[in-house]
Design a protein around this ligand. Structure first.
Ligand SMILES: NC(=O)c1ccc[n+]([C@@H]2O[C@H](COP(=O)([O-])OP(=O)(O)OC[C@H]3O[C@@H](n4cnc5c(N)ncnc54)[C@H](OP(=O)(O)O)[C@@H]3O)[C@@H](O)[C@H]2O)c1
Length: 294
């Protein structure tokens, strides 16, 4: 299959490009601000550029692994969040559907309020912050634009090797290496999920021609941020990286942390759909070895 990945320079998009090639597919990826070798420029605000790219590349499917992912930043600019997370993907989905091209849109378990997680695909969303509302709106717009046939993978707590080195695994690594305390919420849960796994699973769903909402999470939906950090620290220790003096894990409640955006606390996911597919998650040590090798 020929696949076009919007957001090929991002965490998930870059793993999709790798996983697609490994599975024998022809992969084309885009970037917006961070050019990487082989990627094509695209700003999702430019619908004619997207239309031109679509007719030039002629993919079987387009995967939207893009958008504005800074949860606290979205609180200050709801219009930008709606534009990049809902309206741009809707435009792309509509153009794809009109050309017979399948469309996948990455969403998040933040569409839930986090009061009663973990959540299955059939649970009812109730987003509690601007980012989450823009993603929930994006899901609905993309489904409407494709007459319900789009593929909507929801993910949470994704980590792994990344060119921009910004995901949680790098924040822990930076704190270990510089010997500074890391303050984390003790009461926010979600499934730590390797980006490489998300990518492999999504490529498989595309190969199977699947549609609709899929929860693609690692096996530990009730893992707290602190437990996740502890697993990462152990994996770094296994790889020979010890904490420098001064490093410490400090825990606060979400209420004490006063993050700008409200956070769904129990936002982990389970899946009613992936069981039959035998998706296996990669362990922390392997993902961290891959990150350090990158
Ligand atoms: N990572 C997670 O834990 C997580 C959790 C839940 C949901 N998700 C969803 O998964 C998707 C991918 O997340 P990620 O963590 O891989 O994001 P990321 O690392 O921030 O990457 C975002 C990608 O999208 C591109 N991009 C951003 N805005 C764009 C625009 N307006 N037009 C075209 N390209 C644009 C970026 O390009 P440049 O960097 O080149 O500018 C980058 O390639 C997002 O939709 C996010 O909401 C992620």
């Amino acid at each position: 299959m020929k696949l076009l990945i919007i957001g090929g320079s991002g965490l998930i998009g870059s793993h999709l490009l790798r996983a697609g090639v490994a599975a024998g597919h022809e992969m084309v990826g885009t970037y917006r601000r961070h050019p990487l070798p082989g990627l094509l420029p695209l700003d999702g605000a430019d619908s004619s550029a997207f239309a031109e790219l679509l007719s030039r590349v002629q993919p079987v499917a387009v995967v939207h692994a893009a958008g504005w992912t800074w949860v606290d930043g979205c609180e200050d600019d709801p219009a930008r969040a709606q534009s990049e997370n809902a309206l741009q993907p809707e435009m792309m989905a509509r153009l794809c559907h009109a050309s017979g091209v399948r469309f996948a849109y990455f969403s998040t378990s933040y569409v839930f309020d986090g009061e009663a997680g973990p959540y299955a695909e059939s649970a009812t969303p109730r987003p509690i912050n601007v980012y989450a509302r823009s993603k929930w709106e994006g899901e609905q717009r993309v489904l409407a634009a494709t007459n319900g046939v789009a593929l909507i993978p929801r993910v949470i707590c994704v980590y792994g090797a990344e060119e921009q080195k910004k995901n949680f695994a790098y924040q822990v690594l930076q704190a270990l290496r510089t010997g500074r305390p890391l303050t984390l919420p003790a009461d926010q849960c979600g499934n730590p999920t390797a980006a490489a796994d998300v990518a492999r699973w999504l490529i498989r769903l595309l190969e199977l021609g699947e549609r609709g909402i899929w929860h693609l999470g690692g096996p530990w939906p009730e893992c707290t941020r602190v437990e996740w950090a502890e697993k990462l620290i152990a994996a770094y220790a296994q790889a020979g990286i010890a904490a420098q003096p001064g490093f410490a894990l400090k825990t606060l409640t979400t209420a004490e942390l006063q993050q700008k955006a409200l956070r769904p606390l129990r936002a982990g996911m389970i899946s009613e759909r992936t069981g039959a597919l035998g998706f296996q998650a990669t362990d922390f040590a392997t993902t961290i070895r891959d990150l350090l090798a990158g």
